[in-house]
Design a protein around this ligand. Structure first.
Ligand SMILES: C[S@@+](CC[C@H](N)C(=O)[O-])C[C@H]1O[C@@H](n2cnc3c(N)ncnc32)[C@H](O)[C@@H]1O
Length: 163
């Protein structure tokens, strides 16, 4: 598989799961985009979920100019500082969907990042809430339902918070 094939497969899985989540999530609760980046997946989320409150988190905003969240919905800074404050402000269990796409090519760094982030995500999700992630997370209060989606194993990850 070429690197081009690999990127296309990853982005296809990402889009398929965001489309699936748009049908699946509860009608109430926030949507969180962790890692605004270029704004591509944020743009997809807001298009597929019109009217939803979507907060995007990013430490170095540099998105396409058309893909910035409205005022108050872009949280700038390192998520390990901004997310705890966000949870304090909006409450535990406030999120219907979290999409996280903040990894790099460094697998050990990604593993450490996922370990640090897991407890924060755990407390953010409402019962039945979904985490869609570019890598595996340790989510003790969730069920890994990745294999119940149509996405091939190991390409993207889905967790549902237990009731
Ligand atoms: C792969 S890009 C996201 C791409 C995005 N999903 C899109 O479709 O355009 C990852 C982004 O996460 C941000 N990021 C990585 N670690 C972060 C952290 N600890 N806090 C806040 N943002 C972070 C990076 O600055 C980068 O813009």
């Amino acid at each position: 598989m070429t690197r081009l094939d690999s990127v296309i497969r990853r982005l296809t899985a990402q889009r398929d799961l965001l489309n699936w989540a748009a049908q699946e999530i509860s009608p109430t609760g926030f949507v969180l985009e962790l890692g605004l980046g270029n704004g591509r997946t944020y743009d997809h989320l807001r298009t597929k979920m019109p009217g939803r409150e979507i907060y995007a988190f990013e430490r170095s905003p540099a998105a396409h100019p058309d893909c910035y969240p409205p005022e108050g919905y872009l949280i700038v800074g390192d998520i390990f500082e901004t997310l705890p404050a966000f949870i304090k402000r909006l409450g535990h269990g406030a999120a219907a969907l979290v999409h996280t796409d903040i990894g790099t090519g460094d697998e050990e760094a990604n593993r450490q990042l996922a370990l640090r982030l897991s407890p924060l995500l755990d407390s953010l999700l409402q019962p039945g809430g979904l985490l869609i992630a570019d890598r595996a997370f340790e989510m003790p209060s969730c069920t890994d339902i990745s294999s119940r989606t149509n996405v091939p194993e190991g390409r993207y990850f889905v967790y549902r918070r237990n009731a």
